[in-house]
Ligand binder design. Sequence first.
Ligand code: PLP
Length: 257
Amino acid sequence: MKHCLTIAGSDSCGGAGIQADLKAFSANGTYGMSVITAITAQNTQGVFDVQDINPSVIQHQIEAIFDDIRVDAIKIGMVSRPETIEIIAATLKKYPLPPLVIDPVMISKSGYDLLQPEAKKALIEMLLPMATLITPNLPEAEVIVGYKIDTIELMQKAALDLHKLGCKYVLVKGGHLENDATDVLYDGAQFHLLHSKRLETINTHGTGCTLSSAIAANLAKGLHVKAAVEEAKAYITEAITHGFKLGHGVGPVHHFY
Ligand code: PLP
C-alpha cells in the first residue's frame, strides 16, 4: 500500500480541502494521511470563518507522520499565512522529500481569500521551488506571474515563467477559459496540451483539490508525471460528470471507489 499525505485546510462540508484529498487518495488506491493547516467553516454556499492552526501544531503533525511512517507522495493545498508556509517548508526539509504536488489555492469558488495576500511571496519563494508539480488554475497563475492569461499561447508563456520559480513540472489548468478546457503541462523542455470537453454542471466544489490529490496518489504508485496527470484528469472528469446536488449551493464532485 502506498501512503499519501495532504497538508491543507479542512472544509466542514466535505467537498474540498482535506476531506476531498482523503477521498481522492482512497479512491485512487492509496492510504491517506493529513496535516491540517486551517479549519474553515464552510458549506455549499460559502466560507464563513477560518481558524489558522498554530505553526508549532503544524510542525508537530508533520513530524509525527514522518518520524513513524513512510510517505510516498505529498499534496499541499490551502496554506493561508506566511508563518504556515515557513513552518511547512522548514519541517519538510528535515526529511527526504517524496514527490510533492502543490495546488496553490488562493480564492474559493465563492470568492473567499484562502491565501492571505502577504503570503504570496512566501509561497513563491519557499514552497513552489520544492514542488515536483504545481497545478495553478488561471486566476492563480495570473496572481503568480502578474499578467492576464486568456489564450493557450499565454498559458504556455505562464508555464515557462512558473517553471523558472524552481518546480520540475507545471500544469496550468485552462478550465476558466471559454469553450472546451485545455490544460498545459510543461516539463521544462516540452509542452503537452491536454484537452477535455466542457462539462455542463454547477456541482464542481473541490475540483482542484481532487485533481491534485489524484495526481499525488498516482505519483505515489510510481507513475511518471505525465501519466499521473492524464490518469488523474480521467478521474476528475468522471468525478465532475457525477457531481451532485448537496445543500443549496455548489455541490461536490463524486469520488469513485
Ligand atoms: N476550502 C478549502 C479548505 C480548500 O482547500 C479549497 C481548495 O481550493 C476550497 C475551499 C475551494 O474549493 P472550491 O474552489 O472548489 O470551492
